[in-house]
Design a protein around this ligand. Sequence first.
Ligand code: SER
Length: 361
Amino acid sequence: MRSADIRRKFVAYFVERGHREVPSSSLVPADDPTLLFTNSGMVQFKRTFLGQERRDYVRAVTVQKCVRAGGKHNDLEQVGLTRRHHTFFEMLGNFSFGDYFKRDAIAFAWEFVTGPAWLGIPPERLRVTVHHTDDEARRLWREVAGLPDDRIYGLGDKDNFWQMGDTGPCGPCSEIYVDLEWRPGMAPPALAQDEFERLAEEGRFLEIWNLVFMQFDRSADGTLAPLPKPSVDTGAGLERIAAVLQGEDDNFHADTFRPLLDRVGTLVGRPYDRAAPERVSYRVLADHARAVAFLLADGVYPSNEGRGYVLRRILRRAVRHAWLLGRREPTLAPLTEVVVAEMGDAYPELRARAGFIRDVT
Ligand code: SER
């Protein structure tokens, strides 16, 4: 299934279930000095979760532009070396503002992931984690999804408690994992918790969706105050889901990145080779071209401080890797053109600012 179809299906599924389709917010969070960039779908709803802002809907669905470079969730130095780290990525999310809570969040996620009309991932490929204190979520995964207890793992705060930054809305979470080595007809292997955690670390089990049960507001001194109403914030990485559905075990090999790797190959004169050491530079360029195009489209400009400084670091890293590949001509500009061509339908701001993006890169 192509990434454009995954986006469309996700929105359609939740709109059919009473969610308002809300456009992605800017990568620059509005009026929020606590955060460098929008790092997840819930950022534009932070004040709604806190009860400081009322909206005329209580359920929302988004496909959100995110950047995790600089700040709390900072992946920059990993990018290119791993199968999953990106500076820019898209997060699919459904949200409840004091409306449904754990039971429906789990039921929706399970139906969307496994339903033949939706993603259609076989349930035997799936396992979930819950916060180790969250007996209710564990019971609901058994009841609502029919998951056997031995494929539900209870993890601690490091993995299963989510927060946007040092302060703000947060809560225990529950994650869905796909077994990348599962093949049709295979019975799910029995795995104790430590084996599962090791295999997740090694990449066999891939987290595709995080359901956060928003219950608290963390203040600067670390204390947790209950939110006015328990809420739901879910996030599913589009690039990961695309890779799983396209039979790839590496996000860079799915259609979200492939046209960019191919274009680097054309520019350099050598096609992308997944076994060659120089593949890292192709991947850095593919990733950074997306981040640069989207950050410029959202009004970030390279500079010496704050957001502009992070963009400058991304640009420099891209130029260094183009140089390593032997390029002495501008390389990012033609790559950002691919980004605009591939993603301009979903994000019209790319087309609107295409000339500016080309001029800066
Ligand atoms: N905020 C959670 C995350 O980023 C779920 O959207 O994982």
